[in-house]
Write a protein that binds this ligand. Structure first.
Ligand code: GUN
Ligand code: ZN
Length: 440
């Protein structure tokens, strides 16, 4: 790759970390440059390496933005989040199903209004960027105007976003129901309008098996087959009451996953949220089909849904990623999400190193979405989405990270103690899209 003309080239000096493989399964899974230089050519990564090696070759006139003392990683990727639930985050309920009835459905009904949808989308995207998240897989509502509002807002910021209209034709309030036919028609129209336009990508989004008829699931599977580059997103085996309900609604299915499988909803770029009550066969089938799991620890703890079994999933080799699942999730930030994921793993008797959690929130997610090469790493030519982390963002972080002896310890402290205050800056396609105001 030739070096760009200086006016398109930007250089960032900081510690750099990015991944090539899952550190749980590979040696040499990451690159670490303690005194590093990230070269960005317009919207894309040009190179990432040691400052001492890259700086002498910089063309004259290129400014070096000095982030020494900070750590730059690829922008975080949140593989499961509901933008319309922003305003109902932290709404308590005794479990998933009453939470949906009491808070979610009334909140989502307001998204028939495109002005409201746009206002919430703008606030939501601001929160993501404050949290260092540059790509998300986003559920909109059943209203197609909620998808237009979301993509218009993300396009205005130039963000790489995946989103889709919720499909829901039964077991929900009438004011939120579509039909198998109208849901497909609207989804097809939205795919035509948004999938691949700028950085927008479309996700076919049946909410979960209980709110879709067999006819709707079938049409969703057919739509997914007709548009293989689109994503599929839904919920799977989150809560025991939900699992029992699915069993009664689909008595012929071997498992909850099998309901989706029978309707052609397992394939690469299908991402299933939660997967707490999946068995070994389910995980093996997901791995075989190329589907992936979005692990949602803050949500699962908040609703009391259960503890994800990392060991069982890893034994099957299914692709994993981390997700906020806001509004059941309680934290937009992937650092806080890692904090809870770590504790969930401990409760199940397993262990998630910080290096792996950073992998899952970056390259692991990109791989789950089949977007590696485009996002999630500093490979040359990748989109220049990155986040500048400040290990001294708070007095406690400064004190703790000042005493760290290894990269693992540093990342662990950031994951366990960090929040949006540790996100010094967020860049998307080479543009500064968030900068933390100086502390007052
Ligand atoms: N299952 C079906 N819909 C939802 C939702 O909006 N949030 C969560 N956490 N689970 C769901
Ligand atoms: Zn969800």
């Amino acid at each position: 790759m030739s070096i760009a003309t200086p006016e398109h080239l930007r250089a960032y000096r900081a510690s750099l970390l990015h991944f090539h493989a899952d550190p749980a399964f590979a040696d040499h899974a990451y690159s670490w440059h303690e005194d590093g230089l990230l070269l960005v050519d317009g919207e894309r990564i040009h190179a990432a390496g040691d400052y001492a090696q890259l700086a002498p070759a910089l063309p004259a006139g290129v400014d070096v933005i000095d982030y020494r003392g900070k750590l730059i990683v690829p922008g975080f990727i949140d593989t499961h989040v509901h933008f319309p639930q922003t305003d109902m985050i932290a709404s308590p309920a005794p479990g998933l199903l009453p939470w949906l009835e009491r808070y979610t459905f009334p909140t989502e009904s307001k998204f028939a209004d495109p002005v409201h949808a746009r206002e919430v989308a703008d606030f939501f995207l601001g929160e993501l960027l404050r949290a260092g998240t540059t790509t998300a897989m986003v559920y909109c509502t059943v209203h197609k105007q909620s998808v237009d509002a979301f993509f218009e807002a993300s396009e205005a910021r130039g963000l790489r976003m995946v989103a889709g209209k919720v499909l829901m034709d039964r077991n929900c309030p009438d004011f939120l129901a579509d039909t198998a036919e109208s849901g497909t028609r609207d989804s097809e129209e939205l795919i035509g309008r948004w999938h691949g336009r700028g950085r927008a990508l479309y996700a076919i989004t049946p909410r979960f098996a209980p709110t879709s008829s067999e006819a709707q699931l079938q049409l969703a599977g057919e739509l997914a087959a007709a548009h293989p580059g689109t994503f599929i997103q839904t919920h799977l085996s989150e809560n025991e009451d939900e699992c029992a309900w699915v069993k009664s609604l689909f008595p012929g299915a071997r498992s909850y996953l099998d309901v989706y499988d029978r309707h052609g909803l397992l394939r690469p770029r299908a991402v299933f949220g939660h997967c707490i009550w999946c068995d070994q066969r389910d995980f093996a089938r997901m791995a075989e089909s190329g589907a992936a799991v979005a692990v949602c620890p803050t949500s699962n703890l908040f609703l009391g849904s259960g503890l994800f079994d990392f060991e069982r999933a890893d034994a099957a080799g299914v692709a994993l990623s981390l997700a906020s699942d806001v509004g059941a999730g309680t934290d937009f930030c992937m650092l806080g999400t890692m904090n809870e994921a770590y504790k969930v793993a401990r409760m199940k008797g397993s262990y998630l190193p910080a290096l792996r959690m950073f992998y899952l929130a970056t390259l692991g997610a990109a791989r789950s979405m089949r977007l590696e090469g485009a996002i999630g790493s500093f490979a040359p030519g990748a989109e220049a989405d990155f986040v500048v982390l400040d290990p001294q963002a708070t007095p406690l972080l400064a004190r703790r990270t000042g005493a760290c002896d290894s990269l693992e310890e540093l990342l662990f402290a950031l994951a366990l103690l960090g929040d949006d205050r540790a996100i010094r800056a967020t860049y998307s396609a080479g543009r500064l899209v968030h900068e933390r105001p100086p502390a007052r």
